[in-house]
Design a binder for this molecule. Structure first.
Ligand code: ATR
Length: 290
């Protein structure tokens, strides 16, 4: 059933961030609403840092059903929420809000979307050796959910202190040892020796710098699963070079789509076919390229 009529009963969802023009979420969610024929609409709102409190008041006053939260609000939003999912609280960042009669609950579907993308490809991270490149916000969501799931973690970052901070928090919160190393050739060689999965959370290789890679191809070995959370381009140089080893690759597009699917389920209580959102996201990315 396809329907795109807006009515007096239409439930509104959206995304807040700044800048917001390039978000793919409206296309993905509206395609899913249409596919399921449900009376929902998803729009983007540019919200400046200093007006975040007013945006949250507005969400309550206008009875907006759900919001995604993106840069620069993922951490700053937390004090305005009434309830927090335990993992989002540990991560210290929220990308999804559900509004139930003005009670706002925060979740982190970046983390759960990452995990789902791994599981979908048949990779169970429990007990596996995971090498994480980067120690920013995305790395934190990913490394925390992996720690919770029981992975062994090595975090490499250009700025060693940030890797140490991330690893230190993991040890404290999850009582799991996590190693922190500076991101350089020698440390990469050592870390990758015993690695099962490599996750790139840095922006290296992102458009327009599509000829860059965070890992020299000679270090990629057969059997090492590589997950690059960069989704533009869908196939980064790192993933292209990994494919040549005949090993499994996972694109940031999968994480993007799964975080969308999981947010959607929280707002609507309905399952959306993953392929609907994936196709829509690919369309938007192709339009960006043209
Ligand atoms: P996000 O929320 O997407 O994780 P972020 O917090 O800005 O964004 O983090 C970006 C990550 O990419 C950081 O780990 C950053 O390393 P530093 O902490 O040293 O800045 C990493 N990064 C960005 N450009 C990089 C580059 N050219 N080489 C290596 N790492 C890079």
């Amino acid at each position: 059933m396809e329907s795109s009529l807006i009515s007096g009963k239409t439930k509104v969802c959206g995304i807040i961030g700044d800048p917001i023009e390039h978000t793919m979420s409206p296309a993905m969610h509206n395609a899913a609403f249409r596919k399921l024929g449900i009376d929902y609409l998803y729009v983007s709102f540019r919200v400046r840092k200093e007006e975040l409190d007013k945006a949250v008041d507005g969400m309550r006053a206008l009875n907006i059903r759900g919001l995604n939260v993106t840069i620069p609000h993922k951490v700053a939003i937390i004090p305005y929420l009434d309830e927090l999912d335990p993992l989002a609280e540990k991560i210290g960042a929220v990308n999804t809000i559900v509004n139930d009669d003005s009670v706002l609950r925060g979740y982190n579907t970046d983390a759960s979307g990452f995990l789902q993308a791994l599981l979908e490809k048949g990779v169970e991270p429990k007990g596996k050796n995971m090498v994480i490149l980067g120690a920013g916000g995305a790395s934190r969501a990913i490394s925390f959910i992996l720690a919770e799931r029981g992975s062994n973690l090595v975090i490499l970052n250009r700025t060693l202190d940030r890797a140490k901070e991330c690893a230190g928090r993991i040890t404290k919160i999850f009582q799991r040892e996590a190693k922190a190393l500076r991101l350089n050739g020698e440390n990469l060689v050592n870390a990758l020796e015993k690695a099962d999965v490599l996750v790139n959370t840095t922006s290296v290789g992102m458009s327009p710098d599509i000829d860059e890679t965070p890992v020299p191809s000679k270090l990629l070995k057969t059997g090492l699963v590589v997950f690059d959370i960069v989704y533009n381009p869908i196939k980064t140089r790192l993933l292209r070079e990994t494919e040549k080893t005949g090993t499994q690759t996972i694109s940031g597009l999968d994480m993007l789509v799964w975080q969308g699917v999981l947010s959607f389920e929280k707002w609507t209580g309905m399952k959306v076919p993953v392929e609907v959102m994936r196709e829509e996201a690919i369309k938007v990315l192709q339009n960006h390229e043209n």
